[in-house]
Write a protein that binds this ligand. Structure first.
Ligand code: NAP
Length: 283
C-alpha cells in the first residue's frame, strides 16, 4: 500500500515520518512544498500518476494565523484551492484523502464542547480558509475524511511547547493568556490516530474531532511545561485584551471527542500525560 504525505517537512509531516517506520508493509512518500505544491493541480496530478497512492494525508497548510490577516489570498490559495485540488485528484485516482483541519473553524462563543455537527463560524482569515477547504474537499470528493484538531505541538518545528522551552531559557518572567480555553494535541497522537483510521477496514467519511483532553488555558499549559521541566520562570496569567494579536482567537474551542472514539476506536490521551512523554523525548 502506498501513502502520499503532503507537507512532509511540517510538524505533523515529521510525526507521520516518525511513525511510518513502524509500518514496514506500507510505502510512504513524503513531499515538501517544492516537490508537491498543492496549489498547482498539474503538479499534484503528475505525482499521483507516478505513485498511484491508496491514501493521501494532507499535512500541508498555510498555518500562520496572524500573518493570514495580511495575506488572505495566499491563505485561501493553499487552504482552500490547494485542498480542492487534492480532493479532486484523489477522486480521479481512487485515493482516500485524509485532510487535517482546525478548531479555528468555530467562533469559540460556547460553553458546550463542539461536536462535528456544531455550527461553524470562523472569526479570522485562517479559520475561514480552513473551513472553505473542508467544504471544497467534501464537494469535490464526498469520500474524504476530515480530522479537525487543536493546539498542535510536538518535538518538531515551531509550536507553543517549543516556543515556551526557548523563552524559559531567555526570560525570567512571561505573561501568558489565561482566558482562552482549548485542548492541546500532541501531533504524535494525531499521527497515530490517522494511522488507526487508515488501518481500519470499515471506512466512514466526513468530519471527526481529535485532540488530547481535558480543556485547559494557554497559561495552565505553560505552567505544566514549567512544572515538568523544573523551570524557575515566573508565569503571570493575563487576559486576551492584555495581549492583542492581529487575528482574533476563539474563546473556547474545546472538542467533543466521542465520534472518533465510537467510529474508529481512537481513544484520546490525557494532555498532561502526553505532554510529559513529549518533553521526556525532547530532553
Ligand atoms: N499548528 C497548530 O496549532 C494547528 C492547530 C489545529 C490544526 N492544525 C492543522 O494541522 C495541520 C498540520 O499543521 P502543522 O502544525 O504540522 O503545520 P506546519 O508545521 O506549518 O506545516 C505545514 C506544511 O505545509 C507545507 N506547505 C505550505 N504550503 C504548501 C503548498 N502550497 N503545497 C504543499 N505544501 C505546502 C509546508 O511545507 P514546506 O515546509 O516544504 O514549505 C509546511 O511544512 C494543518 O492542516 C493545520 O492547519 C494545526
Amino acid at each position: 500500500m502506498k501513502i502520499i504525505v503532503t507537507g512532509g517537512n511540517g510538524q505533523l509531516g515529521n510525526c507521520i515520518r516518525k511513525i511510518s517506520k513502524t509500518y514496514p508493509n506500507i510505502e510512504f512518500f513524503f513531499y515538501s512544498s517544492s516537490e508537491l505544491d498543492i496549489t498547482n493541480k498539474l503538479n499534484v496530478e503528475e505525482v499521483f500518476r507516478q505513485i498511484q497512492p491508496k491514501y493521501c494525508i494532507n499535512a500541508a497548510a498555510y498555518t500562520a494565523v496572524d500573518q493570514a490577516e495580511k495575506e488572505p489570498e495566499k491563505a485561501m490559495a493553499i487552504n482552500e484551492i490547494g485542498v480542492g485540488n487534492l480532493a479532486s485528484v484523489c477522486k480521479h485516482f481512487g485515493t482516500v484523502l485524509i485532510h487535517i483541519s482546525t478548531d479555528y473553524v468555530f467562533d469559540g462563543n460556547t460553553n458546550i464542547p463542539y461536536d462535528e455537527n456544531a455550527v461553524t463560524a470562523p472569526i479570522g482569515v485562517y479559520g475561514k480558509s480552513k473551513l472553505l477547504g473542508e467544504q471544497l474537499a467534501t464537494k469535490e470528493n464526498p469520500e474524504t475524511i476530515i480530522i479537525r484538531t487543536s493546539w498542535l505541538y510536538s518535538e518538531f518545528n515551531k509550536n507553543f511547547v517549543n516556543t515556551m522551552l526557548n523563552l524559559f531559557q531567555q526570560k525570567e518572567e512571561l505573561n501568558i493568556v489565561n482566558d482562552q480555553f482549548g485542548q492541546p494535541t500532541n501531533a504524535n497522537n494525531l499521527a497515530e490516530a490517522i494511522m488507526t483510521i487508515i488501518m481500519s477496514n470499515n471506512k466512514k467519511y466526513g468530519v471527526f474531532h481529535f485532540s488530547n483532553f481535558p480543556e485547559t488555558t494557554w497559561y495552565q499549559f505553560a505552567e505544566k511545561i514549567k512544572e515538568i521541566t523544573n523551570s524557575k520562570i515566573i508565569l503571570n496569567p493575563i487576559t486576551t485584551d492584555q495581549y492583542p494579536t492581529p487575528a482574533k482567537r476563539p474563546f473556547r474551542s474545546t472538542f467533543n471527542l466521542e465520534k472518533i472514539q465510537n467510529v474508529y476506536g481512537v481513544v484520546p490521551e490525557n494532555w498532561t500525560e502526553s505532554l510529559e512523554k513529549c518533553l521526556k523525548h525532547i530532553q
